[in-house]
Design a binder for this molecule. Sequence first.
Ligand SMILES: Nc1nc2c(ncn2[C@@H]2O[C@H](COP(=O)(O)OP(=O)(O)OP(=O)(O)O)[C@@H](O)[C@H]2O)c(=O)[nH]1
Ligand SMILES: [Mg+2]
Length: 443
Amino acid sequence: MKSEPDTVCALATPPGIGSIAVIRLSGPRTFDILDQITRGMKPSRQPSGTVRLGWVEDSNRREIDHVMISVFRTPKSYTGEDLAEISCHGNQLIADTIIKLLRQHGCRLAEPGEFTRRAVLAGKLTLSQAEAVLDLIHAQTTAALRSALNRYEGGISKLVTQLAEELRNLVADAEYQLGFDEPDTQPLNLAKRVKQLTRKLDRIITRGKQNQYVYKGAEVAIVGRPNVGKSSLFNRLLGQKRAVVTPAPGTTRDRIDASIVLGDAQIKLTDTGGITGRSAGTISRPAAAQTCKAIEQSDLVLTVFDGSRPAASADQEVFKAACRHRAIYIINKSDKPRRFEPDFLNGNPGIAVSALTGTGIGRLRSMIARRFRLNLGTVVTSTRHLELLEECRTALNHSRKAPDAETSAFELKAALDALGKIDAPCTSTDILNRVFSRFCVGK
Ligand SMILES: Nc1nc2c(ncn2[C@@H]2O[C@H](COP(=O)(O)OP(=O)(O)OP(=O)(O)O)[C@@H](O)[C@H]2O)c(=O)[nH]1
Ligand SMILES: [Mg+2]
C-alpha cells in the first residue's frame, strides 16, 4: 500500500533580517496543521488562491507573530499538493519559532529542492523545467535569466519532443525494413537521414557548450612578460584600481582575481605575475607555476605584449604558453611609437590598446564578450542535457556504422532512450538526486 507523503516545511526566503520571511509547507496535512497553530483564521476553510491575516500562536496560546497565510489547494499549487505560505515578520527568531511549531505538529523539514521535486513527481513541471527553476534563481546576467525563462516555459521539452519525433520515425522505418530484409546481411537504407539528424545534434551540442559560459561563468587570465601592462589592463577592464602598477618589472607576484560581467557572462578575470624567458629570472618559480596554472584553467587567455618595445624571447615564451588555448593577442602601450614587430604571431595582427589612455579597450571588451555570448540558436545549456545529447549522438553514429540492420535499429532505440532521459518521467531516483542536489532548502 502506498503511504501518504509527509507534510514538509522550510524557510523559503534567505535567512537573516528582512521585511518579511516566508515559510512554505506542502503535503496532505498542511491545513490541518495550520489550523492548530493559528488564531483568528481557519486556513482549512480558506479558499484556494487567497491570502488572510491572523495570528500564529504556540500550544500555550501565546502569540508568536501576526502573519499572512496564502493557501493553494491540490492540485492547483506549485507542488500539486495542498500548499501554504506563511509570511511573517522577517526576523530569524520568529521564522525559527514557527518552523519549530510546525515540526511539533508533525511537519518534517524539507530536503533541498523538495518542493520542486514534488512538483516534478506530480507532473506539474518537467524535469528540464525544474532545472530551469534553479537556473532562474542563480542567473547572474540578463542573458542567463532570459534563457532560463525560455527553458522554464518548456523550451527544452519542445526541442526533445521534436528530436524524439524524428528518431521515432527512423526507428519505425528501421523496424519496417527489418521485417522484409535479411536482418544480418542488408544494411538499412536510413544512413542519410541518420546523418542529417547527427548534424543537427552537432549544431545543438556546439551551441549548448558555448552557452554554458553564461551559467557557469568564464575564466579569463591576463598573461605576458613582466612590465607589459597586465595589471594596468586588469584595472582598466575592471574600471577600478585593484592591482598595483609600478614602472618596475616583477610588481605582480600572486595572482589576483576579480569578477566582472562582460556581455552575457560573468567573468572571473585574473591578473598574473609576468612570465620571463628561460634566461631571465625576475619572477619566482612558484609565481611562474601559478601563471601556468591560470593559463591551463582559463577559457580565454589575454596575451599581452608591450607594443613600444621590440619583441623579446620572453614574449615568444608567453606566446608558446598561450597559443594552445583560446587567446586574444593584445599589443599594449599603443600611445607610444610601435616597435613590436614579432615574427611568431603567425600573421595574427592582435589588437592594439593603451591601458594608460583607454584607447582600444572598448573594442577589446566587445571581443571578449563575443567569445562568451549566449547562442540563441539553441536553448540547451545544462551539462546533464549536453551529456545526454552526446550519448544520443554516439548511438546515432554507431547506428550508421553498424554491421547489420538489427544492430543499427538497436542503436537507434538507444539514441531515443538517451533523449528520453532529459525529461524522464521521474522513476529514476538517480536522475532526481542529480538534478535536485544543487537546490536550496525551501525551493
Ligand atoms: N605608456 C604606457 N604605459 C603603460 C601602459 N600600460 C602600462 N603602462 C606602464 O607600464 C608599467 C608597468 O605596468 P604594469 O601594469 O604594472 O605592468 P605588469 O605587466 O602588470 O607588470 P608586472 O606585474 O611587473 O609583470 C607602468 O609604469 C605602467 O604605467 C600603456 O598603455 N601605455
Ligand atoms: Mg602586474
